[in-house]
Design a protein around this ligand. Sequence first.
Ligand SMILES: NC(=O)c1ccc[n+]([C@@H]2O[C@H](COP(=O)([O-])OP(=O)(O)OC[C@H]3O[C@@H](n4cnc5c(N)ncnc54)[C@H](OP(=O)(O)O)[C@@H]3O)[C@@H](O)[C@H]2O)c1
Length: 229
Amino acid sequence: MGTALITGASRGLGRALARELVRDGWHVVVDARDADALAAAAEEIAGEDGGGSVTAVAGDVADPAHRADLVRAVDGGLDLLVNNASTLGPTPMPKLADLPVADLAATFATNVLAPLALIQDLLPSLRERGGAILNITSDAAVENYETWGGYGSSKAALEQLSNVLAAEEPDVAVWWADPGEMNTAMLRAAGEDADSAPPPEEAAAAFRRLIEERPPSGRHRAADLAAAR
Ligand SMILES: NC(=O)c1ccc[n+]([C@@H]2O[C@H](COP(=O)([O-])OP(=O)(O)OC[C@H]3O[C@@H](n4cnc5c(N)ncnc54)[C@H](OP(=O)(O)O)[C@@H]3O)[C@@H](O)[C@H]2O)c1
């Protein structure tokens, strides 16, 4: 196995995927803004059997100084970058007519610009090691759900960045993937019925298989990956 960086891994999908990879023997570097929650999650993840290990680096992916800390944490080489940390923007989510553009800019800073900045910093190592990038997107990138326009347009931008990156970087596998609805804090914050959604462990297991099977660059849905078992 190798070294993976997963952003946003103190809870939800990021934590579940970090657990899967540590079980498979990966060294996983994780971040989140709340340092205490991240430390608790890292301790729990490190307790998984499998021989992997965890390094926690607290901070905000939108902060260039924190991104520099992440790059330093993986300076021995990186095999997998998972851009998972994400924001909905203001909640309750307003219609586009009422969405302050400054809030949209902040949403893009976290959901689009930070992933691209990390990709730019880490591509030399990923190219050299034949690594992979997994950008977590959403069906909101392609559907026209009312009030999801700010978040959805940021995920659409992340999808198209991924699509072009895949054409430009033949030595790196670039996947952009919709996990589907998951019972997480984010779905609750969106005002949806999170309790009736599947746990993030299901999408994490599907993405673990994606990483293991290493298909060519492209878009994936966790539901399709699970159905293909
Ligand atoms: N839940 C769903 O139904 C659903 C559906 C489709 C797509 N997705 C996507 O799936 C991914 C995971 O979502 P989730 O539901 O697991 O979310 P979640 O439970 O809210 O977890 C988000 C994680 O990211 C961290 N985070 C948020 N903003 C950050 C920032 N600026 N810098 C660093 N860390 C940050 C959070 O910790 P802190 O708050 O402490 O920073 C937390 O660890 C996201 O990309 C989301 O857009 C989710």
